[in-house]
Design a binder for this molecule. Structure first.
Ligand code: SF4
Ligand code: SF4
Length: 373
């Protein structure tokens, strides 16, 4: 049986838990959500060492591990390589996760957010996280090992070829990013399946953006079937793919829990006709003037400062389409803290000279700095 075939199609992402005014997790509310989730027959929980500064794992102990038999659910958490200053820190963080949760073992254990950006991939190679996580499984501390991934399909192909013992990949997949040049949802999914790996889907609603898409997109869905909400359309797109372990949704309220569990309990895969609805919706998204960067990265290689130009353009496009300034600005700030600030652009033009799309990169960066800087 393929890994994950016995797990239902909705996973509870514990990164956006309900919070109290004092900055602590609202445990009462979380317990109710956990109860509802399990009552409806769903069993997969996903967190990470760093979610909510460690409060997510600790809350899982109280709301889940202390209240339900260990074998009655699956629990996934992740080790953040960027927080490891030495190889020994990887083991320290694993032990801390085990202690915080009282889990005994993790059903799914992941290297968190493997990407070239911020030197994560480089460090995971330098510290050989790949061999280390293999020992986590060999020692019985994880049943299954994998990694969450934010890079190109070509990089994923290379990693899965080099590390065939990795059992699954967690990918950002949603209808808006399916053919997006930067995220490459479709291409990454196809590479994972080519290697015979099961997939956990993250960001099926694109961090909540697709719950309230631009009006023209919402209209497309409404016209097709007004009884299905935009977030349900988004979840159904993701959940209709083959080879999934589960589709994660970071739920914060009982209402979201009710809506998602109800919809996924009665889930029917999308039909051929419905595929055309998504195509129409994406066409509407594309009509919103975006900078047509294909993320080929020639400019990054050429730039003397190696600025993350495609990543900044992607944040800017995201902001233009969904209007979520805070999230995109936050991402931009994080990227520049790792890779350099385009406000320091030399205006040398080396990037523009190699851009196959002939984009006015210098002007675009100015606009981006003005918006997010
Ligand atoms: S113009 Fe700016 S972004 Fe382009 S290569 Fe020169 S320094 Fe880098
Ligand atoms: S060279 Fe042009 S198309 Fe390629 S990543 Fe840079 S800006 Fe985008």
């Amino acid at each position: 049986m393929e890994l994950g075939a016995d797990i239902k199609n909705l996973g509870f992402g514990l990164m956006r838990l309900p919070m109290l005014e004092n900055g602590e997790v609202d445990i009462d509310q979380m317990c109710k959500m956990v109860d509802r989730f399990l009552e409806k027959g769903f069993t997969y929980f996903d967190t990470a060492y760093g979610y909510l500064g460690g409060k997510s794992e600790k809350a899982a102990k109280v709301a889940l591990f202390d209240r339900y038999p260990r074998e009655s659910f699956q629990f996934a958490t992740k080790m953040p390589i960027w927080e490891a200053a030495t190889p020994a820190d990887m083991e320290r963080m694993l032990q801390e996760s085990l202690e915080r949760t009282g889990a005994g073992y993790f059903d799914f254990y992941l290297l968190h957010n493997i990407a070239s950006c911020g030197n994560r991939l480089e460090r995971s190679n330098e510290f050989d996280s790949w061999s280390w996580i293999k020992t986590v499984k060999e020692r019985g501390l994880a049943k299954h090992i994998g990694f969450s991934f934010h890079d190109t399909a070509a990089v994923l192909d290379e990693l899965l070829t080099k590390h065939p013992y990795m059992e699954f990949v967690q990918l950002q997949i949603n209808y808006a990013d399916w053919d997006n040049a930067v995220v490459q949802s479709r291409a990454c999914y196809e590479v994972a399946r080519k290697h015979g790996k099961s997939v956990v889907i993250m960001e099926p609603i694109k961090g909540g953006s697709l719950a309230t898409p631009p009006p023209a997109v919402a209209e497309v869905f409404k016209e097709a079937d007004a009884s299905i909400s935009p977030s349900a359309w988004a979840l159904r797109f993701a959940a209709s793919l083959d080879g999934l372990i589960t589709v994660l949704s970071g739920m914060s309220t009982i209402e979201q829990m009710e809506e998602n569990t109800e919809m996924m309990a009665e889930f029917t895969p999308i039909t051929e006709d419905e595929k055309k609805v998504y195509e129409k919706a994406v066409a509407k998204l594309n009509e919103i003037g975006q900078i047509p960067c294909t993320a080929c990265r020639y400019c990054v290689a050429e730039c003397p400062n190696h600025f993350e130009i495609p990543e900044h353009i992607a944040s800017f496009n995201n902001y233009k389409v969904y209007g979520n300034l805070a999230a995109n600005k936050g991402h931009y700030k994080w990227v520049i803290s790792n890779t350099g600030d385009p406000a320091q652009c030399l205006e040398c033009g080396l990037c523009e000279a190699v851009c196959p799309q002939k984009l006015p990169i210098i002007e675009s960066l100015k606009q981006i700095v003005e918006t997010f800087g």
